[in-house]
Design a protein around this ligand. Structure first.
Ligand code: DOR
Ligand code: ZN
Length: 342
């Protein structure tokens, strides 16, 4: 039995760091574990220009250094392909994020019709800039548990057909349909996987009562879907890699009549992933998933340095204080079986 595991320093290919007091409260958790992190742009107002992204990057580095925030552009119906390409050439933008308007937190300014993005996607394809996708349709007639699967056939298939050289990351996959679609897709298509979608099925939302801290988008799915997502993560396929989707909201905004979507998993994300890979007898594949596949897909160098995990209990706190509030971390109050050796 493996009790100690040293892997190359990992990256988080999908994180929400927020701004202001929340940023100052949460950024250190990402910085202490991950060499690089793809930072989501769904602030209020969203990060839609190179200038806004450069300023946001400075605020992130003022909140926590020792890691490299990789910035993303929030695509809208009015994104300027020239500003996007200039920001990419300057090294400000690593990628751009497609939120279908209304799909999730702060997505109101998102894209209303992917057809309108054609000039932008065309340019991204030409310059080798990855498109990151929140893959859910927003049609209210589609059941919320089916919105990811519907996105594959209604939207993603068309983007792949029209932009065959565009690199696309389908973010935070939650279904057997998405795992299969990505596995069967071209080498230009990859996916990130969160710890919560590996560990929880939708029953966790209702365990003994309504559980706001298990609510995120895409929402947790049936057990058979969780199983398929685990199989994808541990498959060793370079198309699947770590993206926590850590998405902190203050405790009052989570524990409310209309609670926000998002799970704050940054503090113990590596421990979470290690727990899954260990349970599956796949610890030997954790390094590829956490530290290699993403960098290769993005065309970035692998990190130097390592992180060591050991089989030992670690108690996750009930709450983590921020300047003016508190956030409840994923696994709050639980004891995990793997800890990072600092
Ligand atoms: O649960 C989620 N929270 N899903 C998202 O897509 C957005 C995120 C957030 O920003 O809170
Ligand atoms: Zn996200």
């Amino acid at each position: 039995m493996t009790d100690r595991l040293t892997i190359r320093r990992p990256d988080d290919w999908h994180v929400h760091l927020r701004d202001g007091a929340m940023l100052r409260g949460v950024a250190r958790f990402t910085a202490r574990r991950f060499a690089r992190a793809i930072v989501m742009p769904n602030l209020q107002p969203p990060v839609t220009t190179t200038a806004a992204a450069a300023a946001y990057r400075d605020r992130i580095l003022a909140a926590a250094d020792g890691f490299q925030p990789l910035m993303t552009c929030y695509l809208t119906d009015h994104t300027d392909p020239d500003d996007l390409a200039a920001g990419h050439a300057d090294g400000v933008f690593t990628a751009a994020k497609l939120y279908p308007a209304g799909a999730t937190t702060n997505s109101a300014s998102g894209v209303t019709d992917v057809a309108k993005l054609a000039p932008v996607l065309d340019r991204m394809q030409a310059i080798g800039m990855p498109l990151l996708v929140h893959g859910e349709v927003t049609d209210p007639a589609i059941d919320i548990f089916d919105r990811e699967a519907a996105f594959l056939t209604r939207v993603l298939t068309g983007i792949l057909r029209d932009f065959p050289a565009l690199k696309i990351v389908l973010e935070h996959i939650t279904t057997a349909d998405a795992a299969q679609f990505v596995a069967d897709g071209p080498a230009t298509l990859a996916a990130t996987i969160t710890p919560q979608h590996l560990l929880l099925d939708r029953n966790a939302l209702f365990e003994g009562g309504l559980r706001p801290h298990a609510y995120c988008l895409p929402v947790l799915k049936r057990e058979r879907h969780r199983r398929a997502v685990v199989d994808a993560a541990i498959s060793g396929s370079p198309k699947f890699f770590l993206g926590t989707d850590s998405a902190p909201h203050g405790v009052r905004r989570k524990e409310a009549a209309c609670g926000c979507a998002g799970i704050f998993n940054a503090p113990f994300a590596l421990e979470s992933y290690a727990t899954v890979f260990d349970r599956e007898g796949a610890l030997d594949r954790l390094e590829g998933f956490a530290s290699e596949h993403g960098a290769r897909f993005y065309g970035l160098p692998l990190n130097e340095g390592t992180v060591t995990l050991e089989r030992a209990p670690v108690l996750v706190p009930e709450r983590i204080a921020t300047e003016d509030d508190a956030v409840v971390p994923f696994h709050a109050g639980e004891t995990l079986g793997w800890r990072v050796v600092d």
